[in-house]
Design a protein around this ligand. Structure first.
Ligand code: EZ4
Ligand code: CO
Length: 403
């Protein structure tokens, strides 16, 4: 099965997606997600200028060798652009190998370890009534686990809180990033009361998650984790900017609230201390931003030695192709934890035809050979690239802060 062509498709049906489309001599088409939110064209160029020409003539079955060839062979390793590009190749090759075998991809990864993947949905509200309404809406859609984000008095524009009824989408189509605000003291004062009210209204069973989005210092995060213990969170996500893995020792030593980290990580090396010292409970990486299925499976195997489970990133900026890859891997690995699921805008289905399902709170990748996703090139061309940026975040005095 020889690779004949590799092309990069940039399309914006509702939001921008970058897809690698590999064609073999037998006419099979494999897809890989290369979407890096707000920096999409950097990955598109990495692939079309530097990687696609190297793929022509290679054996599509050589998934491991191709991964090493692109990772070690480039000399310049790691980083989100590189690892997203390698991920797209890796996932497209797995798609091809599974199609050639006539099997859904999860069967090549060890087969199904469960009936389906518990998914969590997002609920955000500017105040408690709005938040409660948003949670009720997600429950009515079938979600059995909910990420809770809340407005904070005194902060006008805040991560995770959108106008009621509008879909959650942090990237904005504008020439420059919009600016949001942050105040750690106001947040730390307000949030425990929100979780208390939600737990009280929705009862003890419902798994509740919360994303701090990298904003706190270790001692602030330790305090927050401890103050949320009575509300039994499923996880507290990205409580610090965790490039400093050792910082999590301090958080961990003060709280038993489970910790999730890593949606911005791109390599197993970002996790070595966190996993080795058991400083977190869930791995947030998706195949798309971590070098693909080949690389994430290794991270999860290492995590499994320490009873750390998956919690793969599944925002709208992981494309339908990237979501399918996450679902096949999540169905197969033993240490699956939970899957984030934010359905794409309806218009995305004009371009990407998917076969994964969501029923009774569980996702399933479906039974089509390969990933089970098709890309309609003619439809993709009808949605030309539109620039969008993630927000930038500032403290009350104007200092740029982690977003
Ligand atoms: O900010 O996907 O847990 N989910 C998140 C997301 C990320 C976006 C960044 O592209 O934190 O909303
Ligand atoms: Co997050």
């Amino acid at each position: 099965m020889i690779i004949e062509s590799a092309e990069v498709v940039v399309t914006s049906p509702g939001r921008t997606f970058v897809t690698l489309r590999i064609t073999t001599d037998e006419g099979l088409i494999g897809l890989g997600d290369a979407t890096l939110n707000g920096r999409e064209l950097a990955v598109a160029s990495y692939l079309s200028d530097h990687v696609a020409p190297l793929l022509i003539g290679r054996d599509a079955h050589a998934v491991e060798d191709t991964w090493q060839y692109l990772h070690r062979g480039a000399y310049w390793r790691r980083g989100p652009v590189t690892m997203t590009a390698i991920a797209a190749v890796d996932v497209a090759l797995w798609d091809l190998v599974a199609q050639r075998a006539g099997l859904p991809l999860y069967q090549l990864l060890g087969g199904a370890s469960r009936r389906g993947l518990l998914a969590y949905g997002h609920a955000g509200g500017r105040d408690l009534p709005e938040l409660s309404e948003a949670i009720h809406r997600r429950l009515a859609e079938g979600f059995r686990a909910i990420r809770v984000q809340s407005g904070v008095p005194g902060i006008a524009a805040l991560y995770g809180v959108t106008d009621p009824g509008t879909a959650y989408e942090p990237a904005r189509r504008a020439a420059r990033p919009v600016e949001e605000q942050w105040d750690s003291r106001a947040y730390l004062r307000h949030l425990p009361g929100v979780l208390e009210a939600v737990r009280h209204e929705f009862g003890p069973e419902l798994p509740l998650l919360h994303d701090v989005h990298h904003r706190l210092t270790p001692i602030e995060a330790a305090r927050l984790g401890r103050s949320l213990e009575p509300y039994d969170l499923f996880w507290l996500e990205d409580c610090t900017p965790a490039e400093n893995q050792e910082a999590l020792r301090l958080v961990r030593s003060h709280t038993v609230t489970p910790l999730a980290i890593g949606e911005v990580f791109n390599s197993v090396h970002d996790y070595r201390t966190l996993i080795g010292e058991q400083l977190v409970d869930f791995i947030r990486s998706s195949p798309t931003h971590t070098g693909g299925i080949t690389a994430l499976r290794r991270i999860l195997d290492l995590a499994g030695l320490h009873q750390i489970r998956s919690g793969m990133h599944g925002p709208t900026d992981v494309s339908p192709v990237g979501m399918a890859a996450a679902l096949h891997l999540g169905l197969a690995v033993h240490n699956f934890g939970i899957q984030e699921y934010m359905p794409h805008a309806a218009v995305t289905a004009d371009v990407f035809e998917t076969s994964f399902t969501f029923a009774a709170g569980l996702l399933h990748p479906g039974e089509l050979p390969g990933l089970g996703v098709r890309l309609d090139l003619a439809a993709a061309a009808r949605y030309p690239y539109q620039a969008a940026y993630l927000p930038v975040n500032r403290l009350p005095d104007g200092t740029v802060h982690d977003w």
